[in-house]
Design a protein around this ligand. Sequence first.
Ligand code: BGC
Length: 253
Amino acid sequence: MDELLGIDVGATGIKGGIVDLEKGELISERFKLPTPKSGKPKDIIKVIREILLHFDWLKKPVGLGFPAIIKGGKSLSASNIDDSWIGFPIVKEIQNKTQGPIVVINDADAAGIAELYFGNGKNVKGTSILLTLGTGIGSAIFYDGVLLPNTEMGHLKYKGSIAEDHASNSARKRNDLSWEEFGKELNDFLNHVDFIFNPNLIMIGGGISKKFEEYSSCFSKKLDVVPAKKYNNAGIIGAAMAYKIYGKKKKKK
Ligand code: BGC
């Protein structure tokens, strides 16, 4: 298996692409459709199927990153999607429509896996953390390259509410923050994360990683922070890799 379809479900867009699993690169164009406004399972699964049809990928293996806690084949949380995803049998229901095997993991865990194998997380010893800053804040934490799945650092109680209300990209837009103001806000959160987890490296992912130079001068000197190398394709690449890592292996005869 050296090529696989990766899909990244986000609060605003659902993106797919065929990934070269050896090189960790997209070998197709990136196909993106808007996330249906309802955020409901039926509507989102319809779009996922459209992406498979676009790539002529029905019945073939797919890796999918989804913005929720994913355990035992179910989605268990819903912060920026409809509440009906809580307790929803996501793996079974998507498979019914795509007719092929699928691995579903948390979207930030997927992005973290891409950085671990092909980006700035490669060969980092000890604890490393990837934070995706988008509509919400996603997190992936690794120790010596092993993922501790489903962490929700964006939901840490923080400044009277939760962290993603203050340091996500949507908070930047909502509060009309300049890059400098956002940099200071993010620096507060990074220091909080640093104090709790003591990572050796923090990587910033999500679309905003491309603008790293605009706000990173506000970060405390003691922090080791870099942008995600795969920018916002990390979610697609990591989702495809998740299938390779966690998908059912065919028994050798
Ligand atoms: C969700 C996480 C997700 C993150 C990024 C958060 O609101 O709770 O599960 O990884 O957004 O999409």
